[in-house]
Design a protein around this ligand. Structure first.
Ligand code: OFO
Length: 176
């Protein structure tokens, strides 16, 4: 039911989501090891979300007659300078993922594939939400500044954002 070109693009996106999941897992683990608990919880949640996105595409590709390919994932960074660097990287990462989703939407529209186009709408909305979230994180970091207690406050903010994200996820339809 899907063209070879779209199947290839969706399989590439499976790898992108897997890469995002492992990148955030590595960030969470680094924060965990440094006792930055709010940031760890925030990125563990995001790693799980990215894994769910990957699974959503795997199921879809197989459902519409394609063959989902499970990718190998490049080893993410093991160490980071600080939590600000992590958040900057995560924001950049989300912007790239959005571009990648938008490119598949364009492909689906060129091919008049309404099924794929409709399927990807969920991802377009999700990416918008994630970009907004990371933009807000960067804004908070700017407001908090670089004083002696900044890490404490950034961690507190990330903890609160994580709690809000967990509550929101519980209230909306899940990735299947
Ligand atoms: Fe998969 O949602 Fe962002 O990357």
């Amino acid at each position: 039911m899907i063209s070879d070109k779209i199947e290839k693009a969706l399989n590439k996106q499976i790898a992108v989501e897997a890469n995002a999941a492992f990148t955030y897992l590595s960030m969470a683990s680094w924060a965990d090891n440094h006792g930055i608990e709010g940031a760890a919880a925030f990125f563990y949640t995001h790693a799980a979300e990215e894994h769910a996105h990957m699974m959503k595409i795997v199921h879809f590709v197989n459902e519409v007659g394609g063959k989902a390919v499970i990718p190998s994932v490049p080893q993410p960074a093991e160490t980071y300078e600080n939590i600000t660097e992590i958040c900057k990287k995560a924001y950049k990462h989300e912007q790239q993922v959005s571009k990648s989703i938008h490119a598949i939407v364009e492909l689906a529209q060129q091919e008049n594939d309404h099924v794929v186009d409709e399927f990807l709408r969920w991802f377009v909305a999700e990416q918008k939400e994630e970009e907004v979230l990371f933009m807000r994180v960067m804004d908070k970091i700017k407001i908090i500044g670089e004083g002696g207690q900044s890490l404490y406050y950034i961690d507190k903010e990330l903890n609160a954002m994580n709690a809000a994200a967990v509550a929101a996820a519980a209230a909306k339809p899940t990735a299947n």
